[in-house]
Design a protein around this ligand. Structure first.
Ligand SMILES: Nc1ncnc2c1ncn2[C@@H]1O[C@H](COP(=O)(O)OP(=O)(O)OP(=O)(O)O)[C@@H](O)[C@H]1O
Ligand SMILES: [Mg+2]
Ligand SMILES: [Zn+2]
Length: 507
């Protein structure tokens, strides 16, 4: 009986499932059967494995080959099983020593000439291997760096099937590529580039403290995009746990090249306004890939020119905004990716863009202005906490050679304000002011009495909705943290109210 077994990993979302790769070679009509719900790419593995083996100087058995990927009920996709299949086949033929079970996982796509190509999702796969007690991972050379992010497991980077065989036969470990890991000072955009915009800067800081969603609205060329792009530079660095999670999502999406490996910088993702709903929340036919909302997990999702977005695309943001995750269902199964991000929208106030409330050169009619912003309105706009009007900086501000505050200064303030919030929420299951549940806002997290009175008056006069009431309270906690108040004062609440209602046009 010629039988061998190795291990690999298949991913469902971020979750890695241990896969047994079993090969049986028996007498009978020569042929190749692949069992275990393979998708199209996986089904084609036979031809790749055969050519790679032959072109690496190994033999292809002229017998009946049965490959079984277990558990059998789990749909499997992609090309990462090429390498384990090829290796198990050689083990079954007795060409290389058999594996000690539970020790090593193999991942990699084979090219016809026997080179090993990179695959997606290596980081979460290696993470899962480690959790399952494995001590070694054989991965493609180009995936070495991300696999190396997982500590406590030996990673062997191979460029070709030959490399893998030399390692398994003679214990020759090929030279790994040089590692380049991110340093802290990587982000090149700094808030000090933005002239003036005192109000908007303050709003950005408050939003960063509490993780509040933000709408920047104003005429073209006033610095909305500039401001939004600088938000990651004032957010606290990611925790070690978050770094792995964010890197894992980007590993599955195949966008690791856009990000420094193990960067502490929160991601910044800005899909174009012509983007589609699947690109926004994730999708795909065979493998379900994360979309922009998941790529922005733990960071910023920025949608420039938001009113130009198709309605369905903006509406698709509602589920992640509510639950912090997206679940995508396809015939191959359903997958959940984390998606907790700070949403930042930018918009011109009207179709011509020049409306500023001071009636300068805007040529749009009142109706056109209303209709333009109504494209944003409804459920999405309700979820935006802070609205800021970004007007042109004045001549004096632009001419001044004095730079504004740097990102580092602002970020240090954000970090210390968040530390206050962390202390307050240490026995709660949320971390940010924007996440305080409504029931807790009424019970434990009220503002100072006069502040509450102010809010009740605004409620009575219908200048504030019930949802707005909660939002203003949450923002006032962020302002209190920023001002060093242990409880939001009346002044904090009033500032929060102005930030929330910032744009009367929309109410
Ligand atoms: N406050 C500012 N300080 C310094 N430069 C600015 C400022 N506002 C705008 N600029 C300059 O104008 C350019 C355009 O700014 P930005 O792209 O941020 O504008 P915008 O508000 O996003 O415009 P649009 O509505 O057309 O997208 C910037 O690259 C910068 O050179
Ligand atoms: Mg812009
Ligand atoms: Zn106009």
């Amino acid at each position: 009986m010629a039988l061998a077994l190795t291990s690999s990993i298949s991913l469902t979302g971020l979750i890695g499932n241990l896969i047994g790769v079993e090969v049986d070679i028996s007498d009978g009509l020569p042929g190749y059967i692949l069992l275990g719900l393979p998708d199209a790419a996986l089904n084609e593995s036979k031809e790749r494995v055969r050519a790679a083996l032959v072109n690496s100087g190994e033999s292809w058995p002229n017998k009946k080959v049965t490959v079984s990927l277990s558990p059998a009920w789990l749909p499997k996709s992609g090309s990462a099983f090429d390498l384990p299949i090829a290796i198990t086949l050689l083990m079954a033929q007795g060409q290389i020593p058999k594996d000690e079970p539970g020790r090593c996982i193999y991942l990699g796509e084979l090219s016809l000439d026997g080179q090993v190509r990179e695959v997606r999702g290596v980081l979460p796969a290696v993470l899962a291997a480690k959790k399952n007690g494995f001590t070694k991972a054989v991965v493609p050379f180009k995936n070495f760096a991300e696999a190396k992010c997982v500590s406590g497991i030996e990673v062997i980077a191979i460029q070709s099937l030959r490399d893998a065989l030399n390692y398994l036969r003679h214990g020759e470990v090929p030279d790994p590529p040089e590692l380049y890991l991110a340093t802290d000072s990587d982000y090149f955009l700094d808030l000090c580039d933005v002239a003036g915009q005192v109000g908007a800067r303050r709003a950005l800081e408050i939003a960063a403290i509490g993780g509040h969603h933000l709408l920047l609205i104003g005429p073209p060329g006033t610095g909305k995009t500039m401001l939004a792009e600088r938000i990651p530079s004032i957010l606290p660095p990611l925790s070690d746990e978050s770094i792995l999670e964010v890197t894992a999502i980007h590993s599955i999406a195949g966008t690791l090249l856009d990000r420094e490996l193990l960067s502490k910088l929160p991601p910044f993702v800005s899909p174009h306004h012509t983007t589609t709903a699947p690109a926004m929340i994730g999708g795909g036919v065979h493998a379900i890939r994360p979309g922009a909302t998941s790529l922005a997990h733990q960071g910023v999702l920025f949608i420039d020119e938001a009113p130009e977005c198709a309605r369905g695309v903006l509406d698709s943001l509602r589920q992640p905004l509510e639950s912090g995750s997206v679940t995508i269902s396809r015939s191959v199964g359903s997958v959940t990716y984390p998606a907790r991000f700070m949403l930042v929208l930018a918009a011109n106030p009207c179709p011509c863009g020049r409306f500023s409330g001071r009636g300068r050169s805007c040529t749009c009619t009142q109706v056109a202005i209303r209709r333009y912003l109504q494209r944003l309105s409804g459920p999405l706009l309700d979820r935006i906490d802070i609205r800021v009007f970004v007007d042109s900086p004045s001549r004096i501000e632009m001419a001044s050679d004095e730079l504004g505050e740097s990102s580092t200064t602002v970020r240090n303030r954000v970090i210390s304000a968040r530390a206050t919030a962390d202390e307050r929420f240490k026995d709660c299951d949320w971390k940010l002011n924007s996440q305080i549940p409504p029931s807790q806002l009424r019970k434990r997290f009220r503002a100072e009495k006069s502040g509450m009175n102010f809010l009740h008056t605004e409620l009575d006069s219908e200048r504030l909705s019930a949802r707005g009431f909660h939002k203003v309270l949450r923002i006032s906690w962020s302002i209190a943290d920023s001002n060093g108040n242990t409880i939001p004062s009346r002044g904090d609440v009033e500032t929060a109210f102005r930030l929330r209602e910032g744009m009367e046009l929309l109410s």
